[in-house]
Design a protein around this ligand. Structure first.
Ligand code: PMP
Length: 444
């Protein structure tokens, strides 16, 4: 077979036999990816694309990092699988590596298979811990603009997407987090937005009844819902409210954790210590599916003399554990988290701001590290979001020019791996510029 035949066969098999998530199945035209390295992926024929989506915002260390691949190979050769009710050196090392990045007061990690089940189990732990003192406490408050995963409690905790049939919709309530560009609170400055969002949350807590609430769950930086970097003081303010009303704070770091913001955890530097932290994606860049919950000591102690009713066959899988150890070590030794911060400050931020000057479709750019959103509007005054047709056109223009984009609603998320170089960012900015120019010309 020629390489073109391989690409055609990959497409054919995919469209004949693979049922895809979040999609109507007919007419999908998905890119073939056969290989990759760093920020670049390619098909069988060798057509290269800049991966400015990091797949699903998870390949933080870049594609095919040799040390991570080697660690998985070595672990597979030695011991490819074991059950969770075993002590294993690599699994212990993985937990210790993760905890070395967490604040003081966290000593345990519960491993899951991905992000949704991490959130699921964090909610269960919070409810069991909170209801130990007060059996009625099981409501979880989360934000309308969020994504927490597509399983029972996680999809109900997810705000605007939760309106789907779900028999588990019990014990959840929602609130609005800060989002200055489309403020729910008529705020005009980050300070106002912060203060009013906290006031709103306090009112929701009071209205729901603090004695019925187990926890507040939020993404430190809401990702899928728009990369909504919180204003200074917001996360600390939420912590203060949780303390005042005796609620637990679960921070979902599945997307924003492990380098994406240019910090190990997105909440670092926000003067906040959560009770539970969920992680997945960037912890090993998805080389082997894994996620988990980082558990603070008081919650962990709840389960010293009480069974935690939960578990997964592949919890702490050795291949996942080996990839976590190698990935965290490489990110540390190679300064990859610092690279994300620097490239964000020096290349992506300035590049996107320059783009916004040239393109009337851009209403706002925001972000940090390698975690940025371009919000597209039909009119800068009214801030009316562009429709799906415009985003669809842009997606085609970007893909045909060799950039794999991440789009959501009226936004393009600029989310390359943490190892991206300033040169690659320059190439990407030219592609965004050309694609926007072409779509704007059609709209004119
Ligand atoms: N939480 C957050 C913040 C996420 O972004 C995601 C996935 N995008 C999840 C949870 C769910 O993770 P998974 O798809 O691995 O189940």
């Amino acid at each position: 077979m020629t390489t073109d035949d391989l690409d055609a066969r990959a497409k054919q098999l995919d469209s004949d036999h693979v049922f895809h998530s979040w999609s109507a199945q007919a007419g999908l035209d998905l890119p073939v990816i056969a290989g990759g390295r760093g920020t670049v992926v390619w098909d069988h024929a060798g057509h290269r694309m800049l991966d400015f989506a990091s797949q699903l915002v998870n390949v933080n260390i870049g594609h095919q990092h040799p040390a991570v691949v080697a660690a998985i190979q070595a672990q597979a050769a030695e011991l490819a699988t074991i059950g969770p009710a075993t002590a294993n050196l690599t699994r212990g090392e993985a937990a210790a590596r993760i905890l070395s990045k967490a604040p003081d007061g966290f000593a345990k990690v519960f491993f899951t298979n991905g992000g949704a089940d991490a959130v699921e189990n964090a909610i269960r732990m919070a409810r069991l811990h909170a209801s130990r003192q007060n059996p009625g406490r099981d409501t979880v408050l989360s934000t309308y603009r969020s994504y927490h995963g597509n399983t029972g409690a996680a999809i109900v905790a997810t705000g605007d997407w939760r309106r789907m049939p779900n028999q588990y919709a019990r014990g959840h309530a929602h609130f609005f987090g800060p989002y200055l560009y489309r403020s729910e609170f008529w705020a005009t400055t980050p300070e106002e937005e912060c203060e009013r969002a906290l006031h709103h949350l306090e009112r929701v807590i009071q209205s729901e009844g603090p004695s019925t609430i187990a926890a507040v769950l939020l993404e430190s930086v809401p990702g899928t819902a728009g990369i909504l970097v919180p204003p200074p003081g917001y996360l600390a303010g939420v912590r203060a409210l949780c303390d005042r009303y005796d609620l637990l704070l679960i921070l979902d770091e599945v997307m924003c954790g492990f380098g994406r913001t240019g910090r190990w955890f997105a909440f670092d530097g926000h003067d906040v210590v959560p009770d539970l932290v969920t992680f997945a994606k960037g912890v090993n860049s998805g080389y082997v599916p894994v996620g988990g919950v980082i558990i603070s000591d008081p919650i962990s102690k709840t389960f010293d003399d009480r069974v935690f009713p939960g578990g997964l066959t592949y919890s702490g899988h050795p291949l996942a554990a080996a990839s976590i150890v190698a990935s965290i070590d490489a990110m540390q030794d190679e300064g990859i988290v610092d690279n994300a911060r620097r490239v964000g400050e020096e290349a992506i931020g300035p590049g996107l701001r320059a783009l916004a000057e040239d393109h009337r479709l851009i209403g706002e750019v925001r972000g940090e590290g390698v975690f940025w959103a371009i919000e597209l509007v039909t009119d800068r005054e009214t801030r009316e979001p562009v429709g799906a047709d415009v985003i669809g056109r842009l997606k085609k223009e970007l893909t045909s020019r060799g950039l794999l984009p991440f789009t959501a609603e009226n936004r393009i998320h600029v989310v390359p791996p943490c190892v991206v170089t300033a040169g690659e960012v320059d190439q990407a900015m030219s592609i965004y510029h050309e694609a926007l120019t072409s779509v704007e010309a059609d709209l004119a």
